[in-house]
Each structure stands twice: as C-alpha cells, then as structure tokens.
Design a protein around this ligand. Structure first.
Ligand SMILES: C[S@@+](CC[C@H](N)C(=O)[O-])C[C@H]1O[C@@H](n2cnc3c(N)ncnc32)[C@H](O)[C@@H]1O
Length: 213
C-alpha cells in the first residue's frame, strides 16, 4: 500500500474514495462564483482553460455547457479524476485529463485561463508558492485570465486534515506578484453539504506579462 504523505497522491486518493463527491466539504452544486468571475474577466468560450486540483468539480461540465471546447482538468488523485469522468459520462471525452502533482508538473502547452478553487490554500510554505508562481507563469499565455478561490482570512484553518494558508485580497494580490492585474476580489460564503459556512476569497486577474519573479 502506498505511503500516505500529507497532501500527496495517496492522501488525496483516500480522501476522494472515502466519500461521494457531493458529500465533501468543498462540494458546490453549481460553480456560480467561478463562472461569474470568468464572465467579469471577459473570458471567451474559445479560450483554453485548465482547472488545477479539479477534483470532481462541476466546472468542466459547466464550461462544456457554455461552449468551451478546450478544457483540461488536472488533479493529483486518480480517484478524483475517475469520479469526475464518471460524472461527465460520454462528455468526459471532450475534456483532457491530467493526473499529476501540480508542483512537479511541466506544462506541455500554454493556457488562456487558469482556474484554481481550493488548491492554492494548501501551499503553506513559501517555496511551494514560489514553485506554483513559476509554474503558473510558464503555463499561461500572455494576457491569460486567472480565477483563484482560497479560504478567506477568516476561513477554516484546515481542510481534509491538512493545514491551509488563509488569504485576504491584498495579501493574495501581493503573493501573485506584479505579473497579475487583479480586477476582481470577492468574499463568498460557501455552504458545505453539512451546513457549515466557509468564507472564501475569489480573485480574478489578467496576466500583464511582467517577467516572473
Ligand atoms: C479541496 S479539493 C477542491 C476540488 C475542486 N477544485 C473543487 O472546487 O471542487 C482540492 C483538490 O486538489 C487536489 N490536489 C491537492 N494537492 C494537489 C497537487 N499538489 N496537485 C494537483 N492536485 C492537487 C486534490 O486531489 C483535490 O481534488
């Protein structure tokens, strides 16, 4: 049996196998907040989207529904991707699936839209966030859109047994650096299936092409 490293593939496989996707704390029946920010950034269905740490989120289905035809979903957990594919049924063939640890992944191409809901906040160490920023800069095309949702400053202190880094709008914009023009910052109260309120911060930004730090 694979060793369960905190935050590693075995940890996340175990998390995803333990419950139905609709019973996880991060489940949302409709990715309305992400779609709203994508709209505010003027994202077009012709643009190539990657959803990192996709889990079994409904965002891929929602994008296909809206005519997006270049959708990639990446997750460290094979179990998560299996659940996601199962939910999409025959339409799963319209999505590119990548099983990879984001921080060890080399993007094979560039994307025009980067979506991250509830993944960045697991990066509690500066070196992890530096790697993420480097990856992000390599993976996106000039002018790309970024939608990132993290636990807000008064959000939960952990998720799935892992500690998280909580963010306010100013700190997250500073963390992203001068290469990103933050155009949307919004607090959203997520209601978990168990009825708990989790404050999230949604940020929408455009890549302005400043060389990465
Ligand atoms: C809290 S869940 C959020 C899932 C999805 N984004 C959503 O909003 O429903 C975090 C997801 O990130 C994935 N994940 C965690 N660390 C990862 C990493 N280093 N690389 C890729 N995926 C990762 C987990 O398997 C899990 O599916």
């Amino acid at each position: 049996m694979a060793e369960v490293v905190a935050g590693g593939a075995a940890h996340w496989d175990r998390v995803h196998r333990r419950r139905d996707p609709t019973e996880t704390s991060w489940y949302e029946p409709d990715p309305a907040s992400s779609l709203q920010v994508l709209g505010e950034l003027g994202v077009d269905p012709g643009e190539a989207v990657i959803d990192v740490g996709a889990g079994a989120s409904g965002i891929a289905a929602a994008l296909l529904d809206r005519g997006f035809c270049d959708v990639t979903a990446l997750d460290i957990s094979a179990a998560a991707l299996q659940a996601a594919r199962g939910q999409l049924g025959a339409r799963a063939e319209q999505v590119r699936w990548i099983e990879a640890d984001l921080l060890a992944w080399t993007p094979p191409r560039q994307f025009q839209v980067w979506h991250d809901r509830a993944v960045f906040h697991f990066l509690t160490e500066q070196r992890q966030r530096h790697r993420y920023r480097t990856l992000l800069a390599d993976a996106v095309a000039p002018g790309a859109a970024l939608v990132m949702a993290t636990f807000a400053a008064d959000g939960p202190v952990q998720c799935s047994g892992l500690p998280v880094q909580r963010w306010d709008a100013t700190a997250l914009a500073a963390e992203l650096g001068p290469g990103w023009d933050v155009r949307v910052s919004r607090r959203v109260e997520h209601h978990t299936p168990a009825g708990v309120v989790q404050p999230f911060l949604y940020v929408g930004a455009r890549h302005v092409g400043v060389p990465r730090q």
